[in-house]
Design a protein around this ligand. Structure first.
Ligand SMILES: Nc1ncnc2c1ncn2[C@@H]1O[C@H](COP(=O)(O)OC(=O)[C@@H](N)CCS)[C@@H](O)[C@H]1O
Length: 968
């Protein structure tokens, strides 16, 4: 192999280092652009393979050289990042120096920060091994040059030095030494030093465009082999599409590929945000649509996860029963998913009799098989609320010494991701009343994971290859730590009852029952559900189970659920592919309903942006190798450039041209060599699209399909059929072939975009006058889809531009309101009343709520906190009824702000904050009084008094117990 490169070219260095790591012999030839040695050379470097094929894209060459790397999704994302983001940003600074766009420095800072942060989490960019990604990024950087003066790059420097010290890099540097140039102007304009070894093609002024066009397809045609062209030629024939009847109920078929797809069951207690949507239901849908397009026998199952304390919490907050919450939010979820075009074969729920029956039976099977044990468990009991605190009802400081996050949840820490046992929390607090719970013992059932571990580990070793890298890594970490027995029951009311004497008041933990929901929801879908979940071993119906979720769900699907099924030992279908994403963030932050930050399912509809554009964008930004961020700017850019200018433009141009010059009818196709080269290139992308989609790498899938429309646009541009059509008969024929071929490309594009944009694809099918376009996963070669004589429908543009003004508006709308931090307690119980009537109404409402809850038969642990609130309200009412303290006697003048209005005034905020502080301080005093000397608690009482007095000053209401004192 030969690397052709010009001096100091970091991309040449990248290729040489990759070759060294791949242990491939290469010769490096120093050349200049348009050197005689390589004719018409427009790009450097080039990797020339032994076959003579030349690779112009250094990313493609790096992937070719290092084909057997582990986490290729993450590696490819970093490769893309280094070429399309880091390199142009550095180049801009290096070349234009003091004339650099003032924003460029900020961009560079952000990129370097991203890098340093990623390297704070792992030794190298994709894990503990050096990959092509590290080489690509390393080649662009120089701590004493590009990075000089950059802040907080300790991790980056550690990583940089480690790579520099490898023999592969050292030997490469002997051949291609870093040539450091001195850009004095740069030193003056920013902090990034002036020395750098990037000396890319200095003869050509436009540095940036060179970096971007290293992947230019202009020369890529030269890489097409004769075999590829021949295959394209042989395949490009018309095959009449077969028509399949849609069965009423989809059941596995003997001898066919049977694909069972599940999406994680979203919690019913909330409106799903864009992260939830791409993390599970949309990803499952894209895959299901792709699978059906390929002609596989596909069933897609999902539903709402309805049990658990989160539902109880929501019920309390909304003054409804858990059942009412489930019914209300089930409808909301259902309608959001319908709007997003999610085509479940069945969307069910977990609060069904089928679910109860299957869960209880599985528990009995596990018990009989000896996989269940009983243990006494220390739990947090809130004495004030008189209830055991389920995970979601407790918060505290994360017990992970390296983390120490103060608002860790009872089951998991949002900051470090560690799964937590609620009693491990430091300084726990009840989320309902904010008081400190005590520890009390209770008997619970445990799934004996250590006993199942050997069987589970064997199954994992045989299966993990088909999983995403994060799913494998997370699961391996569990095995490495050693599996421990896992508690599967809880002291709650809202859940599936434990069918065991002495345990009647307990329910199953929501994570024990949720994955079983996939089975019971299929049971709701059809009576033959066992054919999917417990197939007859003699029936020759192999089921491939694909499960979609984000990273937090992995252990429950890779350890807990498989362990349950293996323990039950009744031949259940086991997952073959766990396809887990990372997290989608909102403009670099977290989605937060309470702060109004982020776009939630219902908001997407309100924006007026079509559902298909949302789908396309979310798939393009899908967090596949690492967390990603939703960005309004990115959404508009992808719509305006990729959909409108690239895809839409090509398709519309081809169809309009056919309508205008060929009476909407495909003319005879007489393809010449260059058309077959185009087809060969399209087939490469087609094949890559299929490979990507099979592995649920949707970002790559989109990239490959967009490459096809890009080729199409270039083809039209080069061939200029609009000129030919006005020429000789021969030229007119040629124009016919070009347009006929382009329309065929439009047809395959309709099929390839269908999983991402089903409504748009259907509109395009209409314009093409075809029922649908299937994907040939096995052959992945384009056939004639629109034969000579086929008449198309009316072409109409598919996309509209999203204006920047609209984006600015939306950005502002969903950026969150500048409010004080939301109170820690989700249930607002201390309300300030400005009139007697208001307080009376609150007492009446609360009384009604308590009566309703009590008569509904829910557990005391649910209604007791409401009684406490009622007592609190009554106290406030009593205070207001005292003539000396009542503000209702003071007429509300125009200048007096009416604090009962729903808008939050500063004063009201202050009052609320004080009330919260008083509650907390009161709890502190009560706890101290029980446990400590008077000398300890007395000062705290004084603080409490001061706080109460402050409140009195603000409201005019004297603190309870001080009625005699004069109001200020
Ligand atoms: N920010 C996020 N990005 C991507 N995916 C995310 C994000 N946050 C959560 N998720 C995934 O969404 C689904 C649904 O989550 P939810 O909390 O509603 O439900 C559950 O996790 C369980 N009910 C699942 C039981 S099977 C999930 O896959 C998250 O991982």
């Amino acid at each position: 192999m030969i690397i052709y490169t010009n001096k100091g070219n970091p991309f040449g260095l990248k290729l040489l280092i990759c070759s060294n790591f791949a242990k491939k012999e290469v010769t490096v030839k120093h050349v200049a652009l348009n050197d005689n040695e390589i004719k018409d050379m427009k790009h450097l470097p080039i990797l020339q393979l032994d076959s003579g094929v030349q690779l112009f894209s250094t990313d493609a060459a790096a992937k070719y050289l290092l084909q057997h790397e582990d986490d290729i999704v993450l590696r490819d994302e970093w490769l893309e990042w280094s070429t399309t983001r880091l390199a142009p940003a550095l180049a801009h600074n290096m070349v234009v120096g003091h004339r650099a766009d003032p924003n460029a420095k900020k961009i560079l800072d952000a990129l370097v920060e991203t890098l340093d942060e990623a390297l704070s989490k792992s030794t190298y960019l994709t894990g503990d091994k050096i990959t092509a990604a590290d080489v690509a990024v390393w080649s662009l950087l120089a701590p004493e040059g590009t990075l000089k003066g950059a802040q907080k790059i300790d991790n980056l420097l550690r990583w940089y030095r480690a790579i520099t010290a490898t023999p592969e890099v050292k030997s490469a540097l002997e051949i291609l030494p870093l040539k450091e140039l001195h850009f004095t102007s740069l030193k003056e304009s920013n902090n990034y030093g002036g020395l750098h070894h990037v000396v890319l093609i200095p003869q050509v002024g436009d540095f940036e465009s060179h970096l971007i066009t290293t992947d230019s397809p202009a020369n890529i045609a030269d890489t097409v082999s004769a075999d590829e062209t021949q295959l394209a030629k042989d395949s490009f024939v018309y095959v009449k599409p077969s028509e399949k009847d849609e069965p009423r109920v989809i059941l596995p078929k003997a001898g066919e590929k049977n694909v069972l797809i599940t999406s994680a069951l979203p919690y019913v207690n909330n409106i799903p945000h864009l992260g939830n949507i791409i993390g599970c239901v949309l990803s499952g849908d894209i895959f299901a649509r792709y699978s059906r397009q390929c002609g596989f026998n596909t069933l897609y199952i999902c539903g709402t996860d309805e049990y658990g304390t989160a539902t109880e919490t929501k019920a309390l907050a909304e003054n409804l029963t858990p059942r009412q919450i489930c019914d209300k939010y089930f409808e909301i979820h259902n309608s959001i998913y319908r709007w997003f075009g999610i085509g479940f074969d069945y969307f069910g729920r977990t609060t069904t009799s089928e679910q109860t029956e299957i869960v209880q039976q599985m528990f009995k099977d596990l018990f009989e098989a000896g996989y269940i044990e009983t243990k006494s468990v220390d739990q947090l009991l809130c004495q004030k609320c008189d209830r055991f605190l389920a995970d979601r009802f407790v918060e505290g400081t994360c017990p992970n010494a390296e983390c120490g996050y103060e608002d860790a949840r009872g089951d998991q820490c949002d900051a470090c991701g560690k799964l937590i046992n609620a009693i491990e929390l430091l300084r726990p607090r009840c989320k309902i009343c904010n008081s400190s719970p005590i520890i009390r013992a209770s008997d619970q059932f445990f799934l004996d994971l250590p006993k199942i571990e050997p069987t589970l580990k064997k199954w994992f070793d045989e299966t993990e290859n088909g999983w995403t890298n994060n799913a494998r890594v997370i699961t391996k970490a569990w095995f490495r730590e050693g599996l421990k027995p896992r508690c599967i029951t809880r002291d709650l009311k809202w859940g599936i009852p434990v069918p065991f004497e002495g345990f009647e008041n307990k329910v199953f933990y929501v994570w024990f029952d949720a994955p079983i929901g996939y089975i019971s929801i299929t049971n709701k879908y059809c009576k033959e559900w066992k054919q999917w979940w417990q197939p007859d071993p003699n029936a020759n119906t192999k089921i491939d189970l694909y499960q979609f979720m984000a990273k937090d769900n992995v252990p429950f699907h890779s350890v807990m659920f498989p362990a349950t099924l293996l323990g039950v030992n009744k031949g259940h279908t086991m997952v073959s592919h766990i396809y887990a994403t990372e997290y989608l963030n909102y403009e670099e932050g977290k989605f937060s309903k309470s702060r109004g930050v982020g776009v939630f399912g219902n908001d997407a509809y309100d924006t007026g942006i079509p559902a298909d554009v949302w789908r396309f964008y979310l798939a393009s930004a899908r967090p596949e190798g690492q967390d990603s961020s939703f960005s309004w700017g990115d959404l508009a850019a992808r719509n305006n450039s990729e959909l409108l200018k690239n895809f839409g433009n090509f398709v519309n141009r081809a169809l309009v041209f056919l309508e205008k010059y060929f009476d909407s009818t495909i003319p005879s196709l007489n393809l010449i060599e260059e058309d077959y080269v185009l087809l060969a290139l399209v087939n490469r992308e087609y094949k890559n699209y299929i490979n990507s989609m099979e592995k649920s790498r949707f970002r790559d899938g989109i990239r490959h399909l967009l490459s096809i429309s890009r080729y199409g646009n270039q083809y039209m541009q080069q061939e200029e059929p609009w000129v030919l059509v006005k020429g000789s008969d021969e030229q007119k024929d040629r124009a016919g072939t070009i347009i006929g071929l382009s329309c065929n490309l439009a047809a395959i594009l309709a099929g390839l975009i269908f999983p991402f944009m089903p409504s748009t694809a259907r509109i395009l099918y209409g314009q093409l006058n075809v029922k649908s376009v299937s994907i040939s996963a096995e052959k992945s070669q384009l056939t004639v889809l629109l034969p000579t004589g086929h008449k198309i429908g009316k072409p109409v543009p598919l996309f509209t531009k999203i204006e920047i003004t609209k984006i600015e508006e939306l950005k502002k709308k969903y950026a969150g309101v500048q409010q004080p931090e939301t109170p820690k307690t989700p249930i607002q119980k201390n309300k300030f009343f400005t009139s007697l009537q208001e307080a009376e109404r609150a007492v009446n409402d609360q009384g009604a709520k308590v009566r309703r809850l009590k008569s509904s038969g829910v557990d005391k642990s649910i209604w007791q906190p409401e009684v406490n609130i009622l007592l609190e309200l009554k106290k406030q009412l009593t205070a207001l009824q005292s003539p000396k303290t009542s503000v209702s006697t003071t007429p509300v003048s125009e200048s007096t702000p009416n604090l009962s209005e729903s808008s939050t005034s500063n004063k009201e905020v202050e009052i609320q904050q004080l009330q919260d502080e008083i509650t907390k301080q009161g709890e502190k005093v009560r706890t101290l009084k029980c446990n400590a000397e008077k000398t300890v608690w007395l000062p705290e009482v004084e603080i409490l008094k001061v706080l109460k007095q402050k409140l009195a000053d603000l409201t005019g209401i004297l603190p309870v117990g001080q009625k005699g004192k004069k109001k200020k």
